[in-house]
Design a protein around this ligand. Structure first.
Ligand code: SF4
Length: 324
């Protein structure tokens, strides 16, 4: 089986945007590839944060992933800082990465334009990403369009290292373009994001979900219930496409276009569809929270498996480079 690596920031509990955009895909991939899935906590320390909060967010993310169906029997799930080879390889890759390549990264330009004092970690973030992937000689990386530039840089770093030492040692990772859904926030204006407060948490109870769905933005053309709408411009319709059956999606489109129902009716049907998928995930999360040793064991086993691969790769790379 080809190897896949993917990482996720320890942002606490998943919201449905990152569930649909990445994690539901991971649950599929783990059956088809040798998968390494990582909570990338080293990537989360380049801004201000509280240590206890980071620990809690990392933990909550692990609970969300396990509850969502990431199965430690089918993949290697671990926390990045439990495998220090990531940062050691990042230093090695820093030694072959031109500064100009890093300064051209969109994410660096965005962040540097907003912050007065720039930390080196923000500039070097893509180098650590390259190390994350290369450490497992991963052939494939599931990426969204906004990450393609980072993957291209990872490929460039690997090529430079291989060229410098005259050996085809590290694998150039390729993007794995799988169908994922990008869901807008409930305000319908921007991508779903915790910092914008426009999310639905994956583990939220039905009543909380309804309190957010009810006022959520729909097609602005539907001012009165009798106004026909255009489902394609409505975020609720796109969430239906992610959670509802094809028959229900068809029904939604029809009722919307003909003003056969109002947006509240439409959202009630959506809530039912979401509940069918999310209620079992919530139940699994509650079990995991009640038995924290299960989460500890899963992460420890994942870190041990990841370390076997990572230390072998790093050891060989150091040999090639004339290091101890
Ligand atoms: S009926 Fe449904 S799809 Fe149509 S605008 Fe309202 S919420 Fe959106």
């Amino acid at each position: 089986m080809a190897r896949v690596f993917s990482g996720i920031q320890p942002s606490g509990e998943l919201h449905i945007g990152n569930y649909l955009g990445a994690v539901r895909n991971w649950v599929e991939l783990q059956h088809r590839y040798e998968s390494f899935f990582c909570v990338v906590d080293y990537h989360a320390i380049t801004g201000s944060y509280e240590p206890a909060d980071l620990r809690r967010r990392t933990r909550d993310m692990a609970v969300s992933l396990l509850a969502a169906g990431v199965d430690p029997e089918k993949c290697t799930l671990f926390v990045q800082s439990a495998v220090p080879e990531h940062t050691e390889l990042a230093w090695i890759f820093n030694s072959v990465t031109p500064l100009g390549e890093l300064e051209r990264q969109t994410q660096y330009k965005d962040k540097s334009s907003r912050q007065e004092s720039i930390l080196a970690g923000i500039l070097n973030y893509p180098v650590l990403q390259a190390a994350d992937i290369a450490l497992y000689k991963s052939e494939l990386v599931p990426v969204g369009e906004d990450q393609v530039q980072h993957l291209e840089l990872a490929r460039e770093i690997v090529r430079r290292w291989n060229a410098k030492f005259g050996i085809d040692f590290f694998v150039e990772p390729k993007p794995l373009l799988t169908e994922t859904r990008r869901i807008m926030g409930l305000d319908g204006r921007a991508k779903m994001s915790k910092s914008l407060g426009n999310t639905i948490g994956l583990l939220e109870e039905s009543a909380e979900i309804w309190s957010k769905l009810r006022p959520a933005m729909t097609d602005p053309a539907r001012v009165r219930r009798t106004d026909p709408g255009t489902p394609e411009v409505c975020n609720i319709y796109h969430i239906h496409r992610a959670f509802s059956s094809p028959e229900t999606v068809e029904h939604v489109a029809q009722e919307c276009r003909s003003a056969g129902w109002g947006c509240i009716d439409c959202k009630r049907v959506l809530l039912n569809s979401m509940e069918a998928e999310l209620a079992p995930i919530r139940a699994r999360a509650a079990e995991l929270r009640a038995s924290p040793e299960l989460v500890n064991e899963a992460l420890a086993a994942g870190a041990a498996s990841a370390t076997i691969v990572a230390s072998a790769t790093l050891g060989d790379a150091k040999q090639i480079m004339g290091l101890c």
